[in-house]
Design a protein around this ligand. Sequence first.
Ligand code: SF4
Length: 689
Amino acid sequence: ESRVADTWTRTTCGYCSVGCGMLVGTKDGHPVAARGNPDHPVNRGKLCPKGLSEHLMVESPGRATTPLYRRGGRGTQLEPISWDEALDLMTSRIGSIQQRFGNNALGVISTGQLLTEEFYTLGKLVQLGFGTRNYDGNTTLCMASAVSGYKLSFGSDGPPGAYADLETADVVLLIGANIADNHPILCNRLRKRPGQVLIVADPRVTKTAMMADLHLPVKPRSDIALLNGIAHILLRDGLIDRAYIDAHAEGFEAFVEFAADFTPEAVSATTGLSTETLEHVAHLYGRASSAFIGWTMGVNHSTQGAVTVAAINNLAILTGNIGRTGGAPFSITGQCNAMGSRESSFTSALPGYRRFENAQDRRDLAGIWNVSEDSLPTARGLAYPDIIEAAVKGQIKALWIIATNPVVSFPNLKLLEQAFESTEFVVVQDGFYPTPTMDYADLVLPAAIWGEKEGTYTNSERRISKVNAFAVPPGEARRDFDIFLALAERLGAKGSLFLGWSSTHDAWLEWQRVSAGRLCDYSSFTWQQIEEQGGAQWGGDRLYRDGIFPRENGRALLHRVPCLPFVEQPDHEFDLILNTGRTVEHWHTRTKTGAVAMLDAMQPNAWLEMNPADAERLSLSQHDRVTVCSRRSSVRNVELRITGIVAPGQVFMPFHFAEQNSNLVTLGAFDPISREPNYKQCAVRVERT
Ligand code: SF4
């Protein structure tokens, strides 16, 4: 009774890109309850276990409450210092490094967890205040391939569809997308239409695969063959929208010639699916009046991630399933600010999807900001993995890591350790203390988290939703936005970059002006309106309704995407293919969900799934403790789960757990276009610990 809320605050979930609307109940200023907002169009009152317990994270033990510094240098303890000293130290040490090695000796890595207003502010601060080009986000570890793939096909990032398409599509094809674990509330949007067919392509019998009408247990990384094979059948059997292609696409003739090789027989051999299944799937897709293809990390986490997205887009272009109700090639991305982080920052494009290399775009932006055009970068700086590699080589000397935990999330951790060791100065800004990454920090800045700040997130369907504060940051923790402004002040850049700013609403107002007239136009929305309506989608409910794409000739491009073998094939020494993924109870590296006792109790440890045939061959028994070894390193003491969920020759392990970290063994191989890591396939050996 004493815990009954006296106030309810409307906000948006801060975990995944579904972007559920929620109400957080507080009593005497302390969060005591969370429930789904029944009026919110995305989730209609429902929340998954993470959302339902999200308020518990805010006052959990282990929050970062004071700035910390290793006064005695590396190898000594982090000690509390004042904010003034911390910010002075940060600007003076980075300044000294930049004087000696150049501005680009600073690398900055942010996160898809920040508010759009914070991204916008940070991008400006990093590029124009600190003057480094080397800025990227952990978004490159999850959705960069989707961004690159959309650009390849359509000329711009931006998922063309909406979550409502999941309800209205005749056919929903999910590829490498275990939404039942990772975007659970989306499952409620399926099967609203009688007769809808759900097809799930995944090497593993995931919870989502179990929901499917048709599960396609493809061999690892055979998705491109599957997509090209479907295209082959669509072309062969006339299941294409020729009028749409003629009016809105290019590259058709060359694509027809290319797809000729992907016969059902050839694709059957590559994917492991029967020719009958391939014909059936292609006919279901091609005959649907509206067909939706959704994907997540099974596609993106690959050295061919960007072009796999282009191969998905090909099917949508061939059948005209773009800009149409129920029809879309749709990237279901990871983080709560899936899109805001892409549109407003300086990572893969200039703010407002402006291109670095386009002089008019730079002029335009410089004019709005009243800065010299020469101060804007003409090319993107280093992407996340390249920042790490540059640090290993001694080219990046200072790292500023904001609300992300690379010591758990970066592939091939040995390389990351070398990077930290090669730097002179590492700043970690986070809402929690300690995190594994803080072992390498020289300076720790305690930050406010979700529930303690106000602004907006934009989810995968381009829905801008309001995020509200219901608690105050603990101890001396400060909002990221306030930290950015305080740093700008010390750099002498507050007046030139953020004149008169005191709140995230000031950033919102400028961002509206910067985005006005762009594809991602935020200018017509107000905070009040989006809060009252449960968000609003920039670009409307669907992009490209008119079939005009933001490429020079206005046409979408059909790409010829070759099907290459994945980088590290199994051999006699490392004979199993490791797949990694997520589970419904946890978020990424568990910095947040590990702090919620209920979620931690539900899934406290990592495990390894192995097919019974492999377990028998290796004389392993259910619940044995095993060691997973790769050419990089090994993970010890993992619980073995023997199950037919994984096919023979494959094993699966969740990537959330620092204690049994799958990224000790994953491969440091990256997509050449998106720079996204290939987390999904590497060769391993499993033995009893
Ligand atoms: Fe939050 Fe995603 Fe769960 Fe919705 S589905 S409650 S946005 S974690």
